[in-house]
Design a protein around this ligand. Structure first.
Ligand SMILES: Nc1ncnc2c1ncn2[C@@H]1O[C@H](COP(=O)(O)OP(=O)(O)O)[C@@H](O)[C@H]1O
Ligand SMILES: [Mg+2]
Length: 393
């Protein structure tokens, strides 16, 4: 290391000026990177970012509660016209155990993490670790969270890019901006995370912008092909069927994250209760039943609403099934029409899970006789369904 830079670093530390110190760390890291000591350069930046995490205020990052933004330490690429940052540098602290996933998916992720931890050894032997990973699946099922958990496990920073933002704001400049992003990560030990990856594919429906988009896709493909093996690329999409087949082929592996099953919901619920509703007694089984069909994100929202309800109502210690049903119904009517079959079906499910007709009447304002009539119809269709499936088998 250059002695002049180290002296500057010490002086900056003694001056107690955060800005001067940050600049000195940055100069030292940039100098090491220029000399080809990419690992050391990243370590310097990480050391500062990790240390700062304990004192940093919450950033505006969408992942702020789980990460620290190292933005400002490394000069990040910007859009030429607007001067807006093209990516956000994050240092995720979230771990794989924070994500509720099926065992098989966890195993696949652990394998990727192990390979990435040994990335340098593998590359030096001419073996490429799994380094192009695509996460697919419906919204709110943990794609962004899982990508961050992988980086957290490997302990590398994330260069976070939301492709939808990138494409819509600066379409004319998108090709150039993509090149700048790939150039930025090229020699760094970090994860390049392209979130909302379908933004480029989706836009192809728009004939108006077709020519420009084709060029953007080509640029993306060229950059992916030219990317060295040490760069760990992760992409996430809600609409994998929209992706160009040529893009698909560039990934070593794709991982589908689906709606959480009962044991994953159990995990999410337990973690939430242990962190937030510690003093309350809740019937976890009811919560598991009522959250069927929800994404991980919807389960978390539902639990947040339940916690708010408990605190606002000054509930002491015990949360009844009726409390849970009350919150559930209020939350569902935000997105299910009260006259719809889905709503009746949901109330029927509540009744089956032990919520009395009287409680349902009180919460919904629908008379018990109307509810009975509707539930009878549900029961009949259930019976027909089970007869049909027994005939089929
Ligand atoms: N499988 C899961 N385990 C734990 N929490 C989850 C899971 N899926 C979603 N969540 C919660 O929902 C939030 C949003 O999920 P996110 O990763 O943004 O979904 P996606 O990227 O698939 O749309 C997460 O930050 C987390 O709080
Ligand atoms: Mg996401």
């Amino acid at each position: 290391m250059k002695s002049a830079l180290i002296i500057k670093l010490i002086e900056a530390h003694c001056s107690s000026s955060e800005e001067t110190f940050k600049k000195a760390v940055q100069d030292l890291a940039t100098d090491e990177e220029r000399k080809g000591n990419v690992g050391l350069s990243s370590s310097l930046v990480n050391a500062y970012a990790t240390e700062k995490k304990t004192t940093a205020s919450v950033t505006s990052s969408p992942l702020s509660e789980i990460s620290f933004s190292a933005q400002g330490i490394l000069p990040t690429p910007k859009d030429k016209d607007s001067a807006l940052e093209l990516l956000e540098l994050l240092q995720p602290k979230v771990r794989l155990d924070d994500v509720a996933l099926p065992e098989k998916t966890k195993e696949a992720l652990l394998q990727i993490i192990e390979e990435q931890r040994k990335s340098n050894d593998l590359l030096s032997k001419g073996i490429t670790p799994t380094n192009r990973v695509l996460f697919c699946g419906p919204p709110g099922c943990g794609k962004t969270l899982t990508a961050n958990a992988i980086a957290g496990e490997i302990d590398i920073p994330v260069a976070y890019v939301r492709l939808d933002g990138l494409v819509s704001s600066y379409l004319g400049q998108t090709g150039t901006n993509i090149r700048k992003i790939f150039e930025f990560v090229k020699n760094k030990r970090m994860m390049l995370f392209l979130d909302e990856f379908d933004a480029i594919a989706k836009k192809r429906d728009d004939a108006h912008e077709l020519g420009e988009l084709k060029r953007v896709v080509t640029t993306l493909l060229q950059n992916m092909d030219a990317m060295p093996g040490n760069v760990f690329l992760v992409a996430a999409t809600n609409h994998h069927h929209l992706l160009d087949p040529a893009i698909w082929r560039r990934f070593n592996t794709s991982i589908l994250l689906e709606l959480p099953n009962s044991s994953q919901r159990d995990e999410i619920i337990n973690r939430f209760l242990a962190a937030t509703l510690t003093e309350y007694k809740v019937d976890i089984k009811t919560l598991i039943t009522l959250t069927e069909g929800m994404s991980g994100s919807q389960v978390c929202n539902f639990l947040q609403t339940l916690a708010k309800y408990c605190f606002m109502q000054n509930k002491n210690q015990s949360i009844t099934k009726e409390d849970v049903a009350n919150v559930w119904i209020k939350q569902s009517t935000l997105f299910i029409n009260e006259d719809s079959d889905a709503y009746t079906r949901a109330l029927y499910k509540l009744n089956k899970s032990g919520i009395s007709m009287r409680a349902l009447e009180e919460i919904t304002g629908i008379s018990r006789s109307t509810l009975s009539y509707r539930f009878n119809k549900e029961e009949k269709s259930d019976e027909q369904e089970s007869e049909k499936s027994s005939l089929d088998s």
